[in-house]
Design a protein around this ligand. Structure first.
Ligand code: COA
Length: 307
């Protein structure tokens, strides 16, 4: 039995904060942000919007696109680092919003959270425990930002992406790979409710680690670089994304890039990018897609799948 994606959905808040807008908040420039990160703007939620409300909107779309009913879902997993509250989990709030009677829990692996959630869901399907799993990545990072720290506040945004993973006899997820190394925990963390990051040190480890992850994923499946049709990377920085594409000898035309429009939405970035590329017809049935992410912890991981 395979796990196959049968529907995707995404939600981005309407309010847009451009780099130009940020110039009046901190000592930065549009040119600096674009050159160092590729980010042009980010979406920022209203005070009334929560991680669970954004997650719910993305889920409704994913369920509709999967052409199933809420009652068909037998597990909900939310990847987030910005839950509405410590408990109940965001997944339980979404479960109630959608009136689904199924187990629900959150996963916290920072920007790698969605990859961890997919890996967990794939195993629930392979063991026969579940048939249709709602997996969501949702974040309200605007709450975690120190709006006087130019080295972090320009990098992140809010949003939610969701997909339905379903038991299927056709090949879907080919392999999942998840990793963690806690020795780097002080390079990227949240202290006193704000993100602190040693950006250039994180950058170097991220590029090296993602390069090894690509090798690991291809070797495990006896696949070659040109077997992959699409790369859907975590959207932290366009320079990191370009390094991963180069490692795969891929042109940027085969890479789904949303960092310019969304900035880094942490656990939401991969499902949002995936949903966008499915909806606009870039990712097509039967194509091979590599998802990869790196984040605080450090955590990192990949999912190789046939769509
Ligand atoms: N606007 C203008 N200047 C800024 C700035 C901003 N928003 N933020 C930092 N700077 C300045 C710094 O103060 C520094 O100035 P100095 O040379 O006078 O000390 C200079 O720009 C260079 O800073 P540095 O941190 O070395 O820049 P960088 O090229 O490494 O780019 C990041 C910074 C954060 C964009 C980059 O390191 C990065 O993307 N890192 C990884 C991010 C990531 O992947 N995060 C998590 C994974 S989820």
């Amino acid at each position: 039995m395979y796990s196959k994606i049968i529907g995707t959905g995404g939600y981005l808040p309407n309010k847009i904060l451009t780099n130009k807008d940020l110039e009046s908040i901190v000592d930065t420039t549009d040119d600096w942000i674009v050159e160092r990160t590729g980010i042009k703007q980010r979406h920022i939620s209203e005070p009334s919007e929560t991680t669970s409300s954004m997650a719910t909107k993305a889920s409704i779309e994913a369920i509709k696109n999967a052409k199933i009913n809420n009652s068909d879902i037998d597990l909900i997993i939310v990847a987030t680092t910005t839950p509405d509250m410590v408990f109940p989990s965001t997944a339980c709030i979404v479960q109630n919003n959608l009136n689904i009677k199924a187990p629900a829990f959150d996963v916290q692996a920072a920007c790698t959270g969605f990859i961890y959630a997919m890996s967990i869901a794939d195993n629930f399907i392979k063991t026969g425990s579940c048939k249709n799993i709602l997996i969501i990545g949702a974040e309200k990072y605007s709450n975690l930002l120190d709006w006087s720290d130019r080295s972090t506040c320009v990098l992140f945004g809010d949003g939610a992406g969701a997909l339905i993973l379903s038991a299927n006899s056709e090949e879907g997820i080919i392999s999942t790979h998840i990793h963690a190394d806690g020795q780097y925990n002080n390079l990227l963390d949240v202290k006193d409710d704000h993100i602190r990051m040693k950006g250039n040190e994180v950058f170097k480890v991220a590029v090296n680690t993602l390069s090894k992850l690509v090798d690991e994923t291809l070797e495990k499946n006896n696949m070659k670089k040109n077997d992959i049709d699409w790369l859907v990377p975590h959207q932290a920085n366009l320079r990191i994304i370009k390094a991963a594409a180069k490692k795969l000898s891929m042109s940027l035309d085969q890479v789904v890039v949303t960092v310019d429009d969304h900035a880094n939405t942490s656990a939401a970035s991969i499902p949002l990018a995936f949903d966008q590329a499915v909806r606009d017809g870039r990712i097509k049935n039967d194509q091979v897609v590599l998802l990869e992410a790196f984040g605080s912890g450090f955590t990192w991981g990949s999912v190789l799948l046939r769509y």
